[in-house]
Design a protein. Sequence first.
Length: 579
Amino acid sequence: MLDALTQPLWKWPANAQVAASVKPVKESPVQYIDVAEKAGLTIPNVWGGVEHKRVIIETKGSGIAFFDYDNDGWLDIYLTNGSRLDAHWPAGKAPTTHLYKNNRDGTFTDVTEQSGIGRTGWQTGVCVGDYNNDGWDDIFCTFWGRNILFHNNGNGTFTDVTKKVGLEQAHGRWGTGCSFVDYDRDGHLDLFVCNFVKLDPDVPIDLNKVQFCQWKGVPTMCGPRGLPGDTNILYHNNGDGTFTDVSEKAGILKPGPRYSITSVAYDFDNDGWPDIYVAVDSEPSIFFKNNHDGTFTDMAVMDGVAYNDDGHEQAGMGLAVADYDCDGWLDIFKTNFADDTSNLYHNNGDGTFSDLSFTAGVGINNKYVAWGAGFIDYDNDGWPDIVQINGHVYPEIDKYNFGEQFKNPRLVYHNLGNGHFEDVSASMGPGITARYSSRGAAFGDYDNDGGMDMLIMNMNELPSLLHNVGGNRQNWIKIKLIGTKCNRTAIGARVRVVTGKHAQINEVASGGSVMSQNDLRLHFGIGKLETVDAIEVKWPTTQKIERFTNLKANQILTIREGEGIIAPIKVAPEVSSKK
């Protein structure tokens, strides 16, 4: 995480936080309520020391996932977990990862043991995709250690197939974010994996020899600056259930070692081929443009997404992607360290981006270490809003008068529909204003009521499951895509939803937020309208477009490539009305 003292403090408006704090708060019609314990998420996260962080692994935390592992149409939950450097866990008592099945009544059941997916260790990232096209989404897990690919057996169980498919690592590394992506459009999902710092997990850390660094004059753990960075990996899917490392051949190694944290894969230049953007800590971020021939070129500097608008390196953490101004081009929101703002990179439609953080109104908060990020239309008005998840890395900060705290509230920026956002965080309910040191976040509608919910990893505490109350007072449509000629998860498929003169786009994506996985279904708010004029689906392998017209609002559509709508699910009036 970038040392805040290296940032140009002169650029921040001195009265930005003061003005925001004295503004009268009017309660939003949409409220977020934390229902984690009520829903059955009662096992706390374990990640490093509680009062002190001595080594950088203790500060990083991990991602989290919403995904429908059993294909019943309801989002299940996967929670990562960590450990403690000086812990000696009794047999069978070490913290593990957890899988929770959605009971379809607002509660979840822990099915970790019977699923076979639970693991101990420092699991950092997670992404989802059907790598072998058998119709069941698989899950890839990164670790400070050795990564694991869990094959979904389709019967509620998972099998570790890492070695079998060619993803086994001879030496432990620090994997972070990941993304399944069909970069060559052959119908088989490839895999991009971020690596952070070269901190050997196979060598025990001697806590008696740990050296400390300075942050604002306070002794803290060191890094990542001064530590050796690592290179990222691109695995090509051979189409036979195995993978080959093509990192060098594809140009992934050319940027050299970086402190990579989160990756996303989208078609940013509308040429029909997925590009890859990587949020990098303390160094320039990476933007791999797809050359259509199996190779990539890092265009981050040329395209304006390597630095902030002043040309400074930042501590990139999380990523969210959406067409926030509905101009037909996908934009990027990137979170960073404290004493810096997040970036809102507007896609100019000519292969370049402009950092409009201040112009758009999301540059007013600079005192948080920001992690998870999401573009979600929380009020279903047809314009993607922004959610930012925060949490400092130094518990010791609470002892000093720095104007910063270890535990922070979340931030919500309401999209005003004119290229500008308003900070409405204080009005969004206790789920937003509650303070935690959070990391990963996933976004999706876990109870299928039309309101976008949030799942958040809180360091050394219970997770937060934030239920959206009131968002479904306006109308919406949700789309689940199934590929036949393209990959079965339909990753890379683009959907365009048209209502009158208003058009929204989004793509099915693996990975994002911060080292996390969002709902693979695409959600679109349509305001007070009761009918969608048109839905267009552009399938990634063939680039063919299927069009559907005059569709009723407030339903979940399942569309299979070449077959059309196969399973519209209408939501009961009492569920889709006021709550």
